[in-house]
Structure formats: C-alpha cells, structure tokens
Ligand binder design. Structure first.
Ligand code: PLP
Length: 376
C-alpha cells in the first residue's frame, strides 16, 4: 500500500483529464493560423475560456491562459507597478514566493516602491485591523494589496471579501492568490472582489505548466511576456493547447465534485486530524480559530526527538508522500518562511498532509498506521 498525501504540492492527472488531453494530442494546428487546422485548436482554447469564465461568474475576456500560478502572479505584480503606478505593496510574509519575490524584484527595479507586511493572528489568519492601518497610510490609487485566499502550508482560509472591502475603501488594487482554493472551496470570482487572481491546473488534477490569470476589466495592465498577439495581446507565445484542454476538463471535474460531494475533502482532512489527535497527543495541529480551513491541507507538528527527526524520509520509506513544510535546497532541508513568519517553535518537526479528489480514506488510514509504526 502507498499513500500520496502531498496534493498541495501537486496532484496526479485525473484519468478523464488524461483522456481529454489524449483526444486532442494530434491537433497540432497553430491556434493563430486561419486555416482549418488552426481554427480547430482555436475553438478548443475558446471553449475552455468560455466554460471556465462561466463557472467562475466572470467574462471570458477576463481570463488569460498562462504557464500557471507563478506567471499569473508575476504578471499582476509587475503590471500593477509598471502600468498602474503602484508604489506601495501590502502583502504578508506567508505569501507564496511568487508574490514575495516578484514584489522584491519590482522594488529592486523601482526603489520608490515600498513593501509593507501585515501581521497575523496566532492561527495564521491575516490581522485585518493591521491591514486597515496600513491602508490608511498608503497612497490612494497607488497601492496593491497582495494577499492569498488560503495558505498552502498551514491551510488557513482567509476572508478575501473582507480584504477586498478594505482595499476598495482605500482605492487599492487587490491581487488574490487563489491557486490553492480554486476547485477546492466553492466560490465565484466576483465574491472575492479581487482585481487579479491566479490559477494552476496541477493543483486540481490537471496538467503542470498551465493555468490562468484573471484580470478584472476595470484594472487593465500590460503583459509580462511580450511577442505575438496571443491571448488578445495579454500573453505572447503559442498556446499550450493540450494543457488548456486538460485545465478545462480538470476545472469542470473539480467544480462538479465541489457541487456533488462538497464535504469530501474536509471529511478526509478531519478524519486524519481526529485520528492523529487520538493517537498522538503530543502532536500539534494547525487549526483556524474560526474554523475556516482549506479542506485540502492538514498541517501537523511533532516535538523534535530521535523518533521524529527524519520523519518525512521515514514516511517516504513506508510509501507515504508528505511535505515537511520546508523547501529542500541542495539536499539540506530549510525551514519554511511561513512557519518562521508565524513564529512556530524551532524544536518541532512540521508535516503537511494534503488531500485531493482522488485521495481515499484507505490512504489516510495507511498513513496513520505508518506514523504509528515510526513513533512506536
Ligand atoms: N501560489 C500558491 C499558494 C501555490 O501553492 C503555488 C504552487 O505551489 C503557486 C502560487 C505557484 O503555482 P505554479 O506551480 O502554477 O507556478
């Protein structure tokens, strides 16, 4: 038996996504060509755009296919600074590096850009009073609020609508990183009130290297990638047609799963949480104070000792894939910037179990048994 519980890192392709991609694999026409070959692939792309826009309650003209979440986020950050005159970026130290590093780079290129980091409540939720204070001092019409919908490491789901209400009050633009929430929590984009949002297909059983950038039509910016007129001039480069078809299918399946079995992911998560609580009282489980969690993520930490050190590797040897809430650089595990920013103690072993639509209760139970074996 094996258990793949690292779905927040990436998910396996859904068999129906694979079939949909396979069906179009020989459609090689360039979507920009006007002949029949090109028209066929153009139709596939526009079908995907229209369907995704409809599922999200936005207009197809607001969806631009990209290579994934990182590109979408970079497009928004650079565009806000270069095209919308943004000089203040309000973000959080627990954002994905795509936000943190593009903001830092924008500042390096334009030293009059200031970056402010909001504080958090102990559970990891954004301190909206602090956001309010920062917005009061920020220049109106020249500020970007870049705050994520849910955190990928600790699984806290933020109140994006409240962030957007504050941003609007102070005429700030709002970039909401929705990479971990699309197809995992039910919402339509207008509810979030974001000007910009990001999607990555490989987080919900779609292919890697494809996603989209959402840009509200009121908050136009210029492209990040220049060249041809693809994506209505907003993203140059010949489109990844099978990838976009796969994204379309994965989106359809993900949204349908949310509608027909809305609690599936949360049940998996809470089942694992309850078993860990019952069996390992020494474990600390990351929970939100108001119950707003990302159903795909369960962040747990164990006190550091001779049994728990190398836990991720030992689980791997048992056939259980998890993330250690840390990035590996040249073989040496580095502590996560998120846990540091949230002041998590140093003498812990963090583990992130994450679930997808294809995860089974058997896998969760097997992972718990593996933990029992390691910690016995
Ligand atoms: N934002 C969040 C919250 C993520 O978890 C990820 C992926 O790990 C990204 C952005 C980047 O997405 P992509 O892998 O498509 O570049």
């Amino acid at each position: 038996m094996k258990a793949y519980l690292d779905n927040a890192a990436t998910t396996p392709l859904h068999p129906k996504v694979k079939a949909a991609m396979w069906e179009v694999i020989d459609e090689f026409g360039n979507p920009s060509s006007i002949h029949a070959w090109g028209r066929r692939t153009r139709i596939l792309i526009e079908k995907a755009r229209t369907a995704i826009a409809e599922m999200l309650g936005v207009s197809p003209g607001e969806i631009f296919f990209t290579s994934g979440g990182t590109e979408a986020i970079n497009t928004a950050v650079y565009g806000a600074v270069i095209d919308r005159g943004v000089r203040t970026i309000i973000t959080s130290p627990i954002e994905h590096k795509a936000v943190l590093k593009s903001a830092a780079r924008a500042q390096a290129l334009r030293p009059d850009v200031h970056i402010h980091y909001i504080q958090h409540h102990p559970d990891g939720a954004f301190d909206l009073d602090h956001l309010h204070d920062l917005l009061k001092k920020a220049p109106r019409g020249k500020t970007l609020v870049a705050l994520m919908h849910a955190n990928n490491e600790v699984g806290i789901l933020n109140d994006a609508a409240a962030v957007s209400a504050l941003a609007q009050q102070y005429e700030a633009l709002f970039l909401c990183d929705t990479v971990q929430t699309l197809c995992h929590t039910p919402f339509q984009l207008p509810e979030l009130g974001a000007h910009y949002a990001a999607c990555s297909a490989h987080k919900f059983h779609g292919p890697k290297g494809v996603g989209f950038f959402y840009m509200n039509k009121e908050a136009k910016i210029n492209p990040l990638i220049h060249g041809g007129a693809q994506e209505r001039g907003m993203r140059a480069g010949t489109e990844n047609v099978p990838g976009i078809v796969g994204l379309h299918k994965a989106f359809e399946i993900g949204m349908e799963a949310l509608r027909t079995r809305p609690d599936h992911l949360l049940r998996l998560r809470n089942h694992m949480r309850d078993r860990i609580r019952a069996l390992f009282p020494e474990a600390t489980i990351w929970e939100s104070d108001n119950g707003a969690v990302l159903p795909t993520v369960l962040a747990v930490s164990f006190p550091l000792n001779e049994k728990t050190e190398m836990m991720q590797m030992r689980l791997d040897m048992e056939g259980v894939a998890v993330s250690a809430g840390s990035a590996c650089t040249s073989g040496a595990a580095q502590r996560s910037h998120v846990l540091d920013a949230l002041n998590a103690p140093k003498d812990i072993v963090p583990l992130r179990f994450s679930f997808g639509d294809l995860t089974t209760f058997d896998e969760v139970n097997y992972a718990v048994e593996a933990l029992q074996k390691i910690l016995a």
